[in-house]
Write a protein that binds this ligand. Structure first.
Ligand code: SAH
Length: 347
């Protein structure tokens, strides 16, 4: 019964809400194994055994928002705040370029210091110095004009997880100032402007149901993004969700496999959060259909300050160190890290 649904998903890329719910609620280790085999096959058809690397630069942990799950929320008075200067950011790119990174991901909290002018000037300088690299932004919700300006400055891609499609569930994870509708509007704006757009959600976030995940999949099908980032929710001790249970690798891997079948040419990271809850999480993610890893390029002194959740992986490592270890891990499962921009084949 589940195999039939998995076959239907692979063949038609379209399931009803009821079918999604059945596939998610009824999952079993056998169904997961079957799914992962299909997902690996599809990954290899589109991207071979290549794994793309993205250099993550966590450029600020100031944030005006107060998401209940996030360790850098504004109400966390114990977070040590920092922001990288333009020179710091360029120096991360320089290190990254030498290591073979051809995509830089600038991720941060929603920090008003980074006005459109300041961010544009950083982006255009990266574009000028490293014209063969992709520039990805992950800086939260901004106006359409702002997204346009950053795109014109040279940004190619934007990551903005929708977090959860359902507005009631969204309301349980965020303060009233934030809404699912606005988050989704940002995503449609990004797509229209021409960004390679990434969205996604946490698995096992508090109060999440199979129905919520089914709605997430239906939203992914409509948005048809170039990238999808998912990872388990992991509690942070200084947030309202400190005592909520973490999401599981099992559910995360299963959802990765389903996303590979739904959007075959999608770029799908095996996330740090997945690697944090189980030691070989990132390898398992690749074996479930993922094809991207995002090692940290942030300066080691700020790593332990950009804590979205507890026990985050690799906070002490040098970039070169994390990359070496990832290369080995990928080789061990028959994959190799490639030095290419790795643009999405999902156009
Ligand atoms: N501020 C930006 C990007 C930074 S947060 C934005 O809003 O998009 C990047 C992602 O980390 C979020 O989209 C969220 O899904 C994830 N995240 C935040 N807190 C987390 C936690 N406690 N456990 C797991 N993932 C978390």
């Amino acid at each position: 019964m589940l195999q039939a649904l998995i076959d239907k998903l692979e063949q038609t890329r379209s399931l009803t809400r009821e079918e999604w719910i059945a596939l998610i609620r009824g999952r079993s280790p056998e169904a997961a194994e079957y799914l992962f085999r299909r997902a690996r096959k599809i990954r290899v058809q589109h991207y071979g055994h290549d794994i793309y690397i993205r250099g993550l630069i966590e450029f600020t942990n100031y944030c005006k928002n107060d998401c209940y799950y996030c360790g850098i929320r504004k109400s966390n008075a114990n977070a040590q705040r920092y922001r990288l200067s333009k020179e710091d950011i360029l120096s991360c790119c320089d290190t990254g370029y030498r290591l073979g990174f051809r995509t830089f991901v600038l991720q941060g909290g929603e920090d008003g210091w980074f006005t459109d002018e300041r961010l544009s000037s950083i982006i255009s300088e990266i574009r000028r110095r490293w014209p063969d690299c992709a520039i990805t932004l992950s800086a939260g919700e901004r106006s359409r004009e702002s997204y346009q300006m950053l795109f014109d400055a040279g940004a190619d891609r934007y990551l903005l997880r929708h977090e959860t499609y359902d507005s009631d569930h969204y309301g349980k994870l965020h303060p009233p100032s934030l809404s699912a509708a606005h988050r989704q509007k940002c995503l449609w704006d990004l797509k229209e402007i021409g960004y390679q757009t990434g969205t996604g959600f946490m698995t096992g976030s508090p109060y999440q149901t199979p129905e919520n995940l089914a709605d997430d999949m239906l939203f992914l099908a409509r948005l048809n993004p170039q990238m999808v980032g998912i990872g388990p929710f992991i509690p942070h001790h200084e947030t309202p969700f400190a005592r909520q249970p973490a999401g599981t690798a099992e559910l995360t891997l299963y959802m990765l496999g389903l996303i590979r079948l739904l959007i075959p040419a999608v770029l799908l990271p095996s996330t740090t959060a997945l690697g944090t809850i189980v030691p070989d999480g990132r390898e398992q993610g690749i074996l479930a259909g993922a094809n991207v890893v995002m090692p940290n390029l942030s300066p080691p002194q700020v790593r332990e300050k950009y804590l979205l959740y507890d026990n985050k992986l690799c906070t002490g490592d040098e970039a070169a160190e994390s990359l070496r270890s990832l290369k080995k891990r990928m080789e061990a499962i028959g994959c190799h890290i490639t030095v290419e921009r790795g643009d999405s084949l999902n156009r």
